[in-house]
Design a protein around this ligand. Structure first.
Ligand SMILES: Nc1nc2c(ncn2[C@@H]2O[C@H](COP(=O)(O)OP(=O)(O)OP(=O)(O)O)[C@@H](O)[C@H]2O)c(=O)[nH]1
Ligand SMILES: [Mg+2]
Length: 351
């Protein structure tokens, strides 16, 4: 899962990114040609330790999400927006940072500005493709192309009325067609209000203002204090916790952000267990067993035979896989089984 950070120039994208990814997080090469800094973040999950206690594995691997910070220093205006949005085409979801610090902060306007850029960028992609499809249909009628044309027209209409594509209902087939275009407004979005510490008294009010404004849109709003939380991320965990208590924050910005991303982006975790490794994996809610297998390795999806599934709660209650099986808690599931958060899976495959 790649979450792309977007936002106006100097809104605090890099600051928020640093708050999320402590200095220790390994850098990855960007998937988009070196203009983004990609770092992997572990998803906090207490269940993983319980499973590790059960299996004593040589290795425990948490689920991870990666965040991409666009590095576009020096670019301004439409150039900035174009580079930013190109960079984020293959992100799975977006975190839209809005800066709320300094004397002339205008978060609602800033949000609208970038949002308009996003919708316009999508409209350009849709119109270009529509032109192509219409031209091809002039030469040869094809049901598939006709269907695509209808779908693109629906997208065009929505975008023209400033409706993000994530608000439209699409069938599975339609989603498949659209996925290839990397449309930004179809991606799940988290709005991250990056506040100055002085503005804490206004935080709840501002979050509400945004939530009201975005009530019809499928996005969620969280508050972070980028500046102090990025400083906190550089401290050792003990110090950071004290600092956090001083500030009266229940949870670090990092944990809050990751948890929020996970929930709001409709993600969940399944586990694989064994003596060698106990590991958590990330999938979208409702993903099929075969898709889950593909997250582990593409061979497992290709050669998928079946999944053996037991829920975390049942496995822990039974004490072992064998006892879970005796108790009838171990299920045999097929390709299209919708994996549940907390399922422990063994994939049987043949390639
Ligand atoms: N007071 C305050 N300043 C902040 C906060 N977040 C960012 N800043 C400052 O705003 C400036 C820009 O922050 P960056 O994190 O570099 O912003 P950015 O969005 O990554 O900027 P570009 O990548 O150049 O578009 C820096 O001087 C930060 O110190 C905040 O929460 N409070
Ligand atoms: Mg930056």
């Amino acid at each position: 899962m790649h979450i792309g950070i977007i936002g106006r120039p100097s809104c605090g994208k890099t600051t928020v990114f640093r708050a999320l990814t402590s200095a220790a997080a390994p850098a990855q090469t960007s998937r988009a040609g070196g203009k983004g800094d990609t770092r992997v973040v572990e998803v906090p999950d207490a269940r993983l330790q319980t499973l590790a206690d059960l299996y004593n594995p040589r290795k425990v691997t948490p689920a991870v999400v990666s965040f991409v910070d666009p590095v576009l220093t020096g670019q301004t205006g439409t150039h900035f927006a174009a580079s930013l949005l190109t960079l984020m085409r293959d992100a799975d979801a977006l975190a839209h940072v809005v800066g709320v610090f300094g004397d002339d902060a205008n978060p609602l306007r800033d949000f609208d500005d970038l949002n308009s850029e996003v919708l316009l960028a999508d409209l350009a992609v849709v119109e270009k493709r529509l032109e192509r499809v219409t031209k091809d249909l002039g030469k040869m009628k094809q049901t598939e192309l006709q269907r695509e044309q209808q779908l693109l027209r629906r997208c065009q209409e929505a975008l023209e009325t400033e409706l993000p594509l994530r608000c439209l209902p699409f069938s599975e087939d339609e989603q498949k067609i659209l996925r290839g275009f990397g449309l930004l407004s179809s991606k799940a979005q988290l709005v991250v209000l990056n506040l100055d510490e002085d503005r804490r008294p206004n935080a709840a009010g501002l979050a509400e203002e945004f939530s009201d404004k975005l009530a019809d849109d499928d996005v969620q709003v969280i508050i972070v204090y980028g500046q102090i939380e990025s400083e906190m991320a550089q401290l050792d965990p003990k110090e950071a916790e004290l600092f956090q208590q001083d500030l009266g924050l229940q949870e670090s910005g990092r944990d809050r952000f990751i948890r929020a991303s996970y929930e709001l982006l409709g993600l969940c975790s399944f586990f694989t267990v064994g003596e060698k490794e106990v590991r958590a994996w990330t999938i979208p809610h409702g993903a099929w067993a075969q898709q889950a297998a593909g997250v582990i390795h593409s061979d497992l999806a290709r050669g998928f035979i079946r999944a053996e599934a037991i829920h975390y709660d049942d496995l822990v209650a039974s004490g072992s896989m064998a006892k879970g099986r005796e108790a009838g808690k171990l299920r045999i599931e097929g390709k299209t089984y919708p994996v549940q958060d907390g399922d422990v899976l063994t994939i049987r495959f043949n390639v």
